[in-house]
Every structure is written in structure tokens, then in C-alpha cells.
Design a protein around this ligand. Structure first.
Ligand code: EPZ
Length: 417
């Protein structure tokens, strides 16, 4: 099992480029199942989760090539095979094939993707929406079966603005009869990117990025070439790497407005942040002030940046209060931070973070993707060395992160234990 050995203390300096967005790539790749045409998608990150989606598409009969950061999918031979547990359990986002397969073939059978370390991750909103479109869904023996002779557009209101349920319903509505209206839809930039991809394929969708999305059903879709938006969570992680080491780092290939909540919070902490057209420069100013964080659906502070921000605030002056409102179990990184000397205590969905002078190295483990990234940030600022295990979580969402950070002066070695 691979580990990172990280020696802290260096200030990161220089410039790194953000990759394409994992959370835009996954729904867009699932959406290729809607068409018998050819989809060429650029700026797809080479991440474990993307390789899992590639495997899933090929398993369903698509002809897939992935060279550099360009994935090409020919969906002409796709069939709605039953998707077994071993593929489905690899990645929660496998559930995004529900909408496209149901929309194009009227049938899909997948093993339940299960939850993960950050929460139970139910799919009730996905099922409620698909049922409203006249799909018949049964859950038995760990499998989800959905059938629909013809999906029929209607108005669907989400109890909470679920990203995945919004994406599944957008894809299910594309080939449905009539118009589907999604209310209280999620507004993340990745949903806007999915709308742009689908419309380029011939779909008729308006409203992504707002809480009302309208999908007018069409008969068939064609082919498309599309470039995925940059990864705002990867870029935000790099911004905090600069701040926590009092460094000076420019992150390029970003869309600044997607990072607004992180930019404004870092400025509140006392970090210098300069913003260009497609870049952001983060410089330490020698001081870090405690601030309060409450994770919210976009455009609020992203839950996927909560653990990284906690790493920064664990060495800020003062006490910060972090409230996690999206997932019910997304503080598993706290015991690991405590092993590094952080002073954090939990009250339900709230973490009270009392800043300490400096974290010390320790043996810690990544409990999920973003927690793992946050532990790298803590180790970069920590005294002495840190051994971080379970780093396969990190490879799901960051392409060779150690190479990027070592190019900025970090000292991270990937070892096989
Ligand atoms: C997406 O997950 C992202 N994953 C997550 O990023 C991200 O944390 C999350 O959105 C929130 O922004 C991808 O895009 C691949 P949700 P998703 O449905 O769609 C509840 C990362 O680190 N809910 O918006 O699964 C759910 O339990 C990952 O890159 C229901 O109750 O998230 C959660 O509390 C982690 N019923 C809340 O909604 C449902 O049917 C938000 O979940 C669906 C969701």
C-alpha cells in the first residue's frame, strides 16, 4: 500500500496549473451514454475515479480511448447491461449512469453504489425524480432496477439541492417526452458544464447555475467536442497549500468566480490573494486570523474544501468554528489532525478549532479524498516528518499531487510500504 513521507517547513513558491474538473468530467462522461454519436472530451484529468468511469463505459459497450487528457467515447454499441457490485462500489458517481441509460434505453440495473466515509449518501432524491418522470424503480438484493416505456417530462422539486440528483434528472429529461422542470436544483459550476455539453450534443436545456432548470425533450442526439472546466476544488486546495506554508503560489487555468467563496475566506484569514482572468496568486502575510466557516451548496463555501480549510485554521490565531451542513459524517479527519497537535473538538456538525502555534509531524491516515489532501497541507506546515497512509483516496481526486507540490519546493516522497 502506498504512503507519502512528507517533511514540512518549506514555503511553497512558484506556479502550478489546475487540471480539468473531476466533478464535471464524471457526469459528462456518463452523459456520453445518451448518444450513439462520438464525444471527444478535452481536459479530462487522469484520476482513479475517471479510470473507473472509463471502465464502466467500456463495460456497457462504448468504444473508449483516453490519450493524454482527451477521452473519446463512441456510444453506438452501448447496451444497458446489468452493472455488478465490483464496478459500482468503486465509486459513488457510478450512479450517474441511471439517468442516461434510462433515458436512452428505458431500462437500467445497477448494484447500489453504497455510501462512503463522509455519509450514508442516500439516493431517494434520484428515485423521487425518476419516478416523477414515470420510471418504475425497484430496489432488491442490493440492486436498483429502473424501467420506463417512455420517460415523460414533469415538474420535480428537490428537498435539498443534490448535485448528483440534479445531474441524473437533467440527463433523464434530455430524451423524455415533453418538458422537465427541476426546482431547487443544485447550482454548482459542474452542472452548468454538463448543460453546455448536453446542449452541444443537441439537447435543449436552460437554467443550469440557477435553482430552476428546464429540459425540453428531443428525439435524438449527435456528436460533440467539449473541453471540461477547470477543477475549482483542486485549485482551492493549492491556494491553501500556499497560505499554510506562508508561501507565494500562482494557480493557473482557473475560473476565478468558481473560487469566490474560497478567495473571500482566505482574504478574511489575512492571506494576500490577487485574482487575474484565469489565475490566482496567494501569498502568505505572516499572519493567519481565525474565521468561521459554514459549508453550503454553491455559491456558498464548498463542503469539499472544509477539511483543507480546517488544516489552515488549526494554526491560525484564535478560535474558529466550522459547521458542516452538507454531509453528516465529514469530520473523520479531526482525529488525524489531533495526532499532529491540533486542538479541535467536535459538537455534532460543528468543529471548534483552537489555533496552535505549529503542528508536528505524525503517522496519520487519509479517511477520504479531501481529508487526505488536507493532511498533506497540514504536513507541509508541520514540524519534522509525517507519514500519510491510505493515499489511494487522494489519487482519486488529485493527479500526482506530490509532483506538483515538489515543483514548488515541498518535500514529499511516495513510498510503497
Ligand atoms: C457531489 O456528490 C460531489 N461528487 C461531491 O464531491 C460533493 O461533496 C457533493 O456533490 C456536494 O457538493 C461529484 O460530483 C462526483 P449531493 P453528490 O447529492 O452528488 C444528500 C469530492 O470530494 N442527498 O449534492 O453525491 C446527501 O446525503 C466529492 O469530489 C440525499 O439526501 O452530493 C448529502 O447530504 C465528495 N438524497 C447532500 O444531499 C439524495 O438522493 C448533498 O449530496 C442525494 C443526496
Amino acid at each position: 500500500m502506498e504512503k507519502f513521507v512528507i517533511v514540512g517547513g518549506n514555503r511553497l513558491k512558484g506556479s502550478i496549473k489546475a487540471n480539468g474538473s473531476k466533478n464535471a468530467s464524471l457526469p459528462i462522461l456518463a452523459a456520453t451514454l445518451l448518444t450513439g454519436g462520438v464525444c471527444t472530451i478535452h481536459q479530462v484529468p487522469r484520476l482513479k475515479d475517471v479510470f473507473v468511469m472509463q471502465e464502466l463505459l467500456a463495460y456497457l459497450g462504448a468504444k473508449v480511448t483516453f490519450e493524454g487528457n482527451t477521452m473519446t467515447v463512441d456510444g453506438s454499441k452501448v447496451q444497458p447491461q446489468e452493472i455488478s457490485e465490483d464496478i459500482m462500489r468503486k465509486m459513488r458517481a457510478s450512479n450517474l449512469v441511471l439517468g442516461p441509460l434510462l433515458g436512452r434505453f428505458g431500462h437500467v440495473k445497477i448494484s447500489h453504489p453504497g455510501g462512503c466515509n463522509i455519509g450514508s449518501r442516500p439516493m431517494n432524491l434520484h428515485f423521487k425524480g425518476l419516478n416523477a418522470l414515470k420510471a418504475n424503480i425497484t430496489e432488491k438484493f442490493g440492486y436498483i432496477s429502473a424501467d420506463a416505456s417512455q420517460l415523460t417530462g414533469t415538474v420535480v422539486h428537490f428537498d435539498v439541492p443534490s448535485v448528483g440528483a440534479t445531474e441524473n434528472m437533467m440527463m433523464a429529461g434530455v430524451l423524455a417526452e415533453g418538458t422537465t422542470v427541476l426546482r431547487n436544483a443544485a447550482k454548482e459550476p459542474e452542472i452548468v458544464d454538463l448543460q453546455n455539453f448536453l446542449n452541444a450534443l443537441g439537447a435543449k436545456i436552460v437554467g443550469a447555475g440557477t435553482d430552476v432548470i428546464r429540459i425540453e425533450g428531443v428525439k435524438e442526439l449527435g456528436s460533440v467536442t467539449h473541453t471540461v472546466i477547470p477543477d475549482r476544488i483542486e485549485a482551492g486546495t493549492h491556494m491553501i497549500a500556499a497560505a499554510i506554508t506562508q508561501g507565494d503560489v500562482t494557480v493557473t487555468n482557473i475560473i476565478p468566480e468558481h473560487l469566490d467563496p474560497v478567495i473571500y475566506k482566505l482574504k478574511e484569514v489575512g492571506v494576500q490573494v490577487d485574482v487575474g482572468d484565469d489565475w490566482v496568486r496567494v501569498q502568505g502575510t505572516g499572519q493567519l486570523k481565525a474565521v468561521d466557516i459554514k459549508t453550503m451548496p454553491y455559491p456558498g463555501f464548498p463542503t469539499d474544501m472544509q477539511s483543507q480549510m480546517m488544516a489552515l485554521l488549526s494554526i491560525a490565531d484564535g478560535t474558529s468554528v466550522i459547521t458542516e451542513t452538507i454531509f453528516e459524517n465529514r469530520f473523520k479527519h479531526v482525529p488525524e489532525f489531533r495526532r499532529m497537535g491540533a486542538d479541535i473538538y467536535l459538537e455534532g456538525h460543528t468543529a471548534v478549532v483552537k489555533g496552535v502555534k505549529r503542528l508536528t509531524g505524525a503517522c496519520v491516515e487519509a479517511t477520504d479524498l479531501r481529508a487526505g489532501a488536507a493532511l498533506i497541507l497540514a504536513a507541509l506546515a508541520g514540524e519534522n516528518g509525517t507519514v500519510l497512509s491510505n493515499i489511494s483516496h487522494i489519487d482519486r481526486g488529485y493527479e500526482r499531487i506530490e509532483i506538483k507540490y515538489n515543483s514548488l519546493g515541498a518535500r514529499i516522497i511516495r513510498v510503497n510500504s
